[in-house]
Structures are given as C-alpha cells and as structure tokens.
Design a protein around this ligand. Structure first.
Ligand SMILES: [Zn+2]
Length: 95
C-alpha cells in the first residue's frame, strides 16, 4: 500500500468516526427532546432563564428531573425534589 493510499484510508476512517459521533449526538438529543415533549407542556417545560432568557433544558447529567439554564446560570426543580434533597442532606444515612 502506497503512502498516498494509506493517507486516503486514514481519512476515510477518520470521517466515519466523526459520522458515528454525530449520529450518537443526534440520537442523544432526540431522546432528551422526547422526554421534554412527554411532559405535555407543563409550566416548567416552557421556562426561560431569568439571567440570559435562554430556554431551560432538562438536567440529564444529574437525573434530578429538573431544568437547567444551558449556560448554568440556575435551575428549576420541583418543590418536592428540593424537599427530598434537603431531607437527604439532613439525614445522609437513611435511604
Ligand atoms: Zn441563563
């Protein structure tokens, strides 16, 4: 195999890796959007950040079920979730 052929092969492999990564990102985003749609437009699904006015997005990272500003200015959590978190902080051993 010539060096030129190796370069082309390397380029093809690189491009297919990028294509796979883009496909994964697209699927991941679709799943998040499906979750948001499943909420059926509750007040929080349409919330915007008071700091930068961007639409809040689901907090997939921590699984709180809350919404966060994409710029991490703040978050919206249900009151029940906050009470549960405070309870866990106050009683770290109980589960
Ligand atoms: Zn913001």
């Amino acid at each position: 195999m010539s060096n030129d052929e190796k370069d082309k092969l390397g380029e093809l492999m690189h491009n297919s890796r990028i294509a796979r990564e883009l496909e994964w990102a697209r699927k991941h985003e679709e799943e998040l959007l499906a979750k948001l749609r499943a909420r059926k437009g509750g007040a929080e699904a349409n919330a915007n950040c008071p700091e930068c006015a961007q639409k809040l997005v689901e907090d997939a990272e921590h699984g709180t079920g809350g919404l966060v500003c994409p710029e991490r200015h703040g978050a919206w959590l249900s009151w029940d979730t906050i009470v549960k978190m405070l309870d866990r902080l106050a009683h770290p051993k109980s589960d």
